[in-house]
Each structure stands twice: as C-alpha cells, then as structure tokens.
Design a protein around this ligand. Structure first.
Ligand SMILES: [Zn+2]
Length: 477
C-alpha cells in the first residue's frame, strides 16, 4: 500500500454471523477480481491477450506460467478500470461493490504491477493481493455511533469500538455525525411536511427515506455535545475513504481516514521515547524535558479479558448480545478511566518534534500465547502511537517519528550499553557490567530513546538529540 495523505485509525469490527457472511462475500469478491486482473495481465505478457470478460471465465482454471522475463503490459488505470466495469456489471458484482472499491482494486493492482519494473517474468504478477491489502469502502462505510458502523451491503449496523478513536479523530467523527444527522433531519422534515400536505410523491419518498436511514437516524441523533477545554493540537476532518482489512488475528477491521486541517507546530525541539506497557501505559524519557509515566488507571485485574457469563438459556438468545455487553463495559472503562490518561499522554507527546516508539511485536507475542496484543487493543495504546507517527508523517517539515524494534530494549544497559547485562528481580534490576541500578520500564524507555535517536540522525534529523543524563543511583527496595 502506498503512503497515504490521510491519517488512518483502524479498529476491530464485531459482526454478527449474517454480517460476517456479507463481509466474507465482499472480501472474496475483491480477491477474485484481483485474480482476474492478474490473469488478464499474465495472458497479455505471455502474448495471448484476452478480453477481461473472457478472462473471468478462465479464472477457475490454471493460470499461464512462465519464468522467462518479458515486457509487462503497460496500460493505464483508466483503461483497465473501464474493462473491469463492463465485466462487473455483466456479472452482477456491481450490486456488491461500489465504484470506490473497484477504483481501489485497479489502482492497487496497477501499483503492484508497476513495482515489478518494465520487464519481469509473467509468474511475478501475483494472483493474490499483498498481505496488507485493504478493500476500499470509500463513503460506503459510516461511523454512526460510538459502538456502531454502517457498511453498505452488510445488513444492520456492525458493532465496533469506535470510542477508541484518539481525541482529535473522535471529534472529527462527532462533527461529521452532527452535520450528516442534521442534513437527514432537514430532509425528513421536508418529506414529512409534504406527506402531511397529501403529496403522494412525498409519501413514497418518506418511506424510502425511513427504509434507508431509519436505522442510523437514532444513532446520529445521540451525539454528545462537549467542546474541548483547550483547542486541540491537531484538527481533523473525516474523509469518505474507509477501508476494510483482514486482521492478523483473524476477523475484520475497519480503518477511517482523516484529513489534517490544522497541526500546531511542536514546542520542544527534543526527542521523546515511549516504551508501551501495562503497568504504565507508556514510560517516557526525553533529552531535555525529563521522564515520566502514563499510569495504568484501571484497578481491575486484566480488564481486557473479563470473565463473561455463559448465555443463560432462553434469556440471551444471541451470542451477539454478549459481545454488545462486553463492548459497553469496554466503552465505560475507556471513557471514564483510560481516555483521560491517553489524551494527556497524546497532548504531551505532540509537543515534541521527534518521537521514537517501541514497536512491540504483536505477531510474535500472539504466537507465544502472550496477551499483551489483546491488552494493547483494549487500552487503545497502539492507536495513539500510530496516530503520533502519522502526525509526524503528515508534517515532515516540523516532525519526525520512528518505530524502534523491541529486541533487547529491556535487558541491555542504557547507561554503559552492555548487551543483555541487566538482571532483574521484579521490576528493578542491576547492570552486571557497570553496577547501575535500573527500573525495568525506565531502562527500556532509555534504550528506545538511544536507538530512536540513532535512527533519526541516520535519516537526516536536522538537530542532534541530547544525550540522556545518568539516572540517580537507586537502592533496591
Ligand atoms: Zn551498565
């Protein structure tokens, strides 16, 4: 996927079984269209060009293979798109896929083809989309409430933790909901007036309106009205550019796109390094602006994996009810406890011109059966970290951000640099080489700082991050 001019926030969807079937249908259709595009290009590359209509009929058979490098087909996105449109209409796929989805597929495919260079073996044209492929939904998905998204082609509203959106993104969604909800109210008001006046056309239009928007109108009407006390450092507008993703852990995710309309320049020309965790949501250190922690505000033990009652017979018919209950509990804990800490962290970190974040290896942790990825999803910390890095990406004149690999960050000594030299008892440790006593999280954050600083300098940071002071000697408690 190319670097986008949008800032994206991505979270899970919790579809009901019928909704999962509809999402599977969309997803598989996207994969199938990719295969048709790839087969079409392979046939052309091997000197057997076929119209796309005919290719679709061949798609079930074995693809032509050749490892001899040839000139790859060079056609414009618009040409490929025109041919695909005819096919999609003829096959009835158009009923499921919108223009934005087809445009996205064709341009993603075109980019993949271009990345192979002008000459390559036809076999190099992949028959399946890349690992990070996302189906473009465009304006066909809407964030209708803190707990629900509407996706065209999927029945009902899909449950989703939209309350996790970082503050500026949440504010942009609220603004969009207020505007869209207001438009719907105005339109319905006009239709109601016509209906009451006995206009038969207004009668039909009113029914169509309620059929189309009735489900979401009540959600859009319930927009909380709380202006932030201080103007946010980032102002965003919701762009109609949602995408559907398949997550590594299985299941679907959605990402909402935002255009940045305002970003206050950072006030500290300094680097801040973040070490994410559970005891502290983040432990942070900076060169000239001290160090600290964003404390874990929940007193519940492992709040991300609550014991859930089994469905009592005949009371809870739908497993979806339990997901809803769990989502409401998550929303409550998030809104009242977690959000204030996360937002305070975000406001602090945005003041820095450079950010280094430890990129915890979720995939590896999942394989090892560790529950940190689940905790990070629940706490929302990764969303905020991604948000910070996206702010830097979209404001390269003022900001830079890097992800730091997690290997050795907690056991290397951040004072003398000795590899794997810090041995811990509980949270406090001592370096076997220089004798320095170190707190585990603080040592981790210091190492993230030093590695982040090296990466940033290598990438051309126009100023040099300050060396970290040696932490005061601490006695083991
Ligand atoms: Zn040491």
């Amino acid at each position: 996927m190319p670097a986008s001019t949008h800032l994206r926030v991505r979270h899970a969807l919790h579809p009901a079984p019928a909704q999962t079937a509809a999402l599977d249908n969309l997803w598989h259709l996207g994969q199938h269209l990719w295969a048709v595009l790839a087969l079409h290009a392979r046939l052309e590359a091997t000197g057997q060009p076929q119209p796309m209509q005919r290719v679709a009929a061949l798609a079930a058979g074995p693809p032509p293979t050749s490892q001899v490098p040839v000139r790859l087909p060079r056609r414009s996105t618009a040409e490929r798109r025109r041919e695909l449109e005819v096919l999609a209409r003829a096959r009835g796929w158009r009923a499921h896929l919108g223009s934005a989805t087809l445009d996205g597929l064709v341009s993603d495919f075109g980019r993949t083809l271009k990345s192979l260079g002008p000459v390559a073996p036809p076999d190099a044209i992949p028959l399946t989309p890349p690992h990070d492929f996302a189906l473009v939904l465009g304006g066909l998905a809407r964030p209708v409430g803190e707990l629900h998204a509407e996706i065209a082609g999927v029945p009902g509203l899909v449950q989703a933790p939209l309350f996790l959106l970082p503050g500026p993104a949440g504010a942009a969604v609220e603004t969009w909901r207020r505007t869209f909800g207001g438009d719907l109210t105005t339109r319905r008001g006009a239709l109601e007036a016509g209906l009451l006046a006995g206009d038969p056309e207004a009668d039909a239009s009113y029914l169509a309106h309620v059929a189309r928007y009735g489900l979401i109108e009540s959600h859009l009407g319930a927009v909380p009205d709380h202006a932030p006390a201080t103007p946010p450092a980032v102002s965003l507008v919701l762009a109609e550019a949602a995408q559907l993703h398949h997550s590594d852990a299985g299941g679907y995710q959605i990402s909402w796109a935002f255009r940045v309309t305002g970003l206050t320049p950072p006030s500290h020309q300094d680097l801040i390094a973040l070490d994410p965790g559970v005891r502290s949501l983040w432990t942070w250190v900076s060169g000239r602006h001290s160090h600290g922690r964003s404390p874990m505000p929940l007193s519940l033990l492992r709040p991300w994996s609550p014991a859930m009652p089994g469905p009592p017979t005949r009371l809870l018919a739908q497993p979806q009810d339990l997901i809803y209950a769990r989502l409401r509990r998550h929303q409550l804990l998030h809104r009242t406890r977690l959000k204030p800490v996360l937002e305070a962290g975000l406001a602090r970190f945005l003041q820095f011109a450079a950010v280094a974040v430890e990129r915890t290896d979720f995939g590896g942790m999942r394989c090892r059966g560790e529950d940190y990825p689940e905790a990070a999803d629940f706490l929302g910390t990764r969303l905020y970290e991604q948000f910070l890095c996206d702010c830097a990406r979209l404001d390269p004149g003022h900001r830079m951000a890097v992800w730091v690999p997690p290997a050795w960050t907690s056991v290397d000594c951040s004072v003398c640099g000795a590899r794997g030299a810090v041995h811990y008892r509980g949270r406090s440790g001592r370096c076997q080489t220089c004798g320095q006593h170190l707190d585990r999280d603080h040592n981790g954050a210091r190492n993230v700082y030093q590695r982040g600083a090296a990466q940033l300098v290598a990438r051309g940071l126009p100023w040099t991050p300050a060396p970290l002071p040696i932490p005061p000697r601490r006695r083991r408690p």
